[in-house]
Design a protein. Structure first.
Length: 367
């Protein structure tokens, strides 16, 4: 049976939720279904429509009365498209959806509703909108447990579906040679060094200071720490603080900031180990599974979604939170060990994620 699925989210700019929306839209179309997306638009909008999806623009990206009143226009879209499934990916649009459904008087319009908890949402009263669904998706065991412990949902109302990476991009093929040549020409100090990669935007809670602390404790001269990620304008002062804090590492060519890298898969492929050291538990370890898919060893704190991901990939990379002695000891072992102990489970692939999501849609339509 061909389905019509409508995904609802604030906008289609950079981010895991936005990327996941596009990926699922493409999968649905390739599988013979109809994909509709409602958002405020953004850089992925053209990709949605170019590949055969339908996009409606609504100004719902910011929390405001104006956005809230868009429930009337959303109701019109619902009645025009009449989707079988409405898949909601964010809390504020979930409230707009609730109002839209309440305003619709057509008793024959009975779509099934799916929500995805993409994070460990604070303010349970505000996030409760994500529980008004026939089924709620949790993106990790960590998130699954959080929902059970904080919301009045039974385990049967929740489905665990891990986020997956696109193995047509993140794989063990050799890194693109022209990209590698260009990268080393930009950053010649990195060449012939074992790369300890820290993919992260520049912000305090991501654990860049912990990364620098670990590098300060690590012996040898065969390695270099590489921080790859964007610096937002409001984070310039924090970036200056980091460069001052770790000036000795930078001067001795043991730490370098390379900014945002569009083809991050190539950087994973030439790196020896990738670290995730977030200061607070994350719902999922996206960088961890991307690195593992490319054959790069992974390490991180044993908590939250990151610890959960590493445990399934290679538990040798797990370290107790803030245990820098163990972190540095294991990091040196990883640098010395040229064998590949990295394994990417099938549940961390995009195809598996999309397949599981489609099967969930089909299952709830039977009931």
């Amino acid at each position: 049976m061909s389905l019509k699925v409508l995904q609802l989210l604030p906008a289609l700019n950079h981010g895991g939720v936005e990327r996941g929306t596009l990926d699922l839209s493409n999968y649905l179309i390739k599988s013979g279904h109809t994909s509709v997306v409602v958002s405020n638009g953004g850089i992925f909008e053209k990709d949605i429509t170019r590949l055969g999806g339908i996009h409606y623009s609504l100004p719902i990206a910011t929390k405001s009365i104006t956005s809230f009143l868009q429930y009337k226009n959303l109701a019109k879209i619902y009645l025009k498209e009449r989707p079988d499934i409405i898949h909601i990916r964010s809390r504020f649009p979930a409230w707009i959806h609730a109002l839209a459904m309440r305003s619709i008087k057509d008793s024959n319009f009975l779509p099934k509703v799916v929500t995805t908890f993409h994070g460990l949402y604070s303010k349970p009263w505000y996030s409760k909108s994500m529980t008004y669904a026939d089924k709620t998706i949790a993106i990790s065991e960590c998130v699954y447990s959080y929902i059970v412990n904080n919301y009045k949902l039974s385990k049967s109302d929740i489905k665990l579906i891990y986020r997956g990476c696109d193995t047509s991009i993140f794989n063990r093929d050799a890194a693109d040679s022209s990209w590698v040549d260009n990268f080393y020409s930009q950053f010649p100090k990195i060449k012939n060094k074992k790369i300890i990669l820290f993919p992260s935007r520049i912000t305090a809670w991501k654990g860049i200071e912990s990364f620098g602390k670990a590098l300060n404790l690590l012996d040898g001269s065969d390695w270099i720490g590489v921080v790859a990620g964007p610096i937002a304008k409001n984070k310039n002062s924090y970036f200056k603080k980091l460069t001052a804090l770790f000036s000795d590492l930078i001067k001795s060519d043991k730490l370098i900031f390379v900014g945002s890298q569009n083809s991050i898969e190539n950087l994973y492929k030439i790196s020896h180990v990738t670290l995730n050291l977030s200061e607070k538990p994350e719902p999922f370890g996206r960088t961890v599974i991307e690195a593992a898919a490319c054959g790069c060893k992974v390490m991180g704190w044993n908590r939250g979604g990151v610890g959960e991901s590493i445990k399934l990939i290679n538990s040798e990379g797990l370290v107790n939170f803030q245990d820098f002695h163990s972190l540095v000891t294991k990091l040196r072992e990883f640098l010395n060990n040229e064998t590949d102990g990295t394994y990417l489970p099938e549940q961390f692939t995009l195809d598996f994620q999309c397949q599981q999501t489609l099967e969930l849609y089909q299952d709830i339509l039977k009931h």
